[in-house]
Design a protein around this ligand. Structure first.
Ligand SMILES: [Zn+2]
Length: 322
């Protein structure tokens, strides 16, 4: 786990401790409100809290333990019933003074025994999504809401193959030695949708993912290089279990960006870490733009996936006009 994702997990867990504390405190405030408004309730609560003491007292006086506990249970059931009646008569719900936890499976502990509760897993996945750069796209672009309606014939079978390949890849992602991909094709054919979907699924599986456009990635590197930023701001690009870079070729290409790209590809390969690039450029255009040493690595180590069809955004627009 990287430093960044350890920070996220710690932040989420701290949030749970606060959330649980708040739930208990809110409950205490509601109790005080009820004590002030409904006579008799506080007395009942004091009696209830003395149960253990009452049982002990009775035992020391020679009573049978099991019998005494049974007796107290019955008395307490009557007390609780009376308490609920008092609350309802005063216009409060019977459970008004119960602690209201967000998750009733783990009472906001985040764990059930030694197992992490689904609520804590989801919260960590959610926070990782926010930090990954996918953010708002996560809800719009995942494997569940990808539509094949805009593809026809051969394009459609090709898209189904692409979809299946990337979905299986995301499902089976292991964080070590996974394939790297080059998603190629014109704008508006679902490359961003599927690369986001991969990022979302891999994050949900608990891996550390960074998702950025090529332009932002290069801005981060040049900020780091020329304006003395902290190298932490670019470390995530080397360290993430999966790096997803949208729109390779959209950046202003120069010696600096080419050397950043070359180092990034190499370092990630050396660390056996996977990368997914998407690009509107053809293989020929990539060769023209980047040095041979980059292109030969990209096509030697990355699996190409071709996207073909007619621009989905344009199709949707023309549907809207009809
Ligand atoms: Zn829970």
């Amino acid at each position: 786990m990287s430093v960044a994702s350890r920070d996220i997990v710690k932040r989420v867990k701290d949030g749970f401790v606060n959330k649980r504390g708040r739930a208990i405190q809110d409950c205490e405030e509601r109790k005080q409100e009820v004590y002030a408004a409904v006579p008799g309730v506080q007395e009942i609560d004091m009696e209830l809290s003395q149960t253990a003491f009452d049982v002990l007292t009775a035992i020391t006086k020679g009573s049978d333990v099991a019998k005494e506990i049974e007796k107290q249970k019955e008395i307490n059931a009557l007390r609780r019933k009376r308490r609920a009646e008092l609350l309802c008569a005063a216009g409060y719900p019977a459970d008004y003074t119960d602690v209201k936890y967000e998750c009733t499976k783990c009472n906001d502990n985040g764990y059930i025994g030694i197992n992490m509760c689904s609520c804590l897993k989801n919260a960590i996945a959610h926070a990782s999504l926010e930090a990954s750069g996918v953010g708002a796209l996560a809800h719009k672009q995942n494997f569940d809401n990808f539509s094949f309606d805009y593809y026809n014939g051969e394009d459609r079978s090709r898209m189904e193959r692409n979809y299946n390949a990337l979905r299986d890849y995301a499902e089976g992602f292991s964080g070590k030695g996974d394939d790297s991909w080059m998603l190629m094709g014109n704008t508006g054919l679902g490359k961003t949708h599927l690369s986001t979907a991969v990022a979302v699924r891999v994050i949900e599986k608990g891996y550390d993912v960074v998702y950025e456009t090529m332009q932002t990635l290069m801005d981060d590197f040049s900020e780091n290089q020329f304006r003395g930023g902290s190298s932490e701001s670019v470390a995530k690009y080397y360290e993430a279990d999966l790096l997803v870079v949208d729109d390779l070729g959209s950046e202003l290409t120069n010696q600096f960006t080419v050397s950043v790209l070359y180092n990034l590809i190499n370092q990630r390969a050396n660390k056996n870490k996977a990368t997914v690039f998407s690009t509107n450029l053809t293989q020929k255009e990539l060769r023209e733009r980047y040095a041979d040493r980059i292109v030969s690595r990209l096509f030697g180590m990355y699996k190409p996936l071709l996207f073909k069809g007619s621009d989905i955004r344009a199709q949707k627009l023309s549907e809207g006009r009809r």
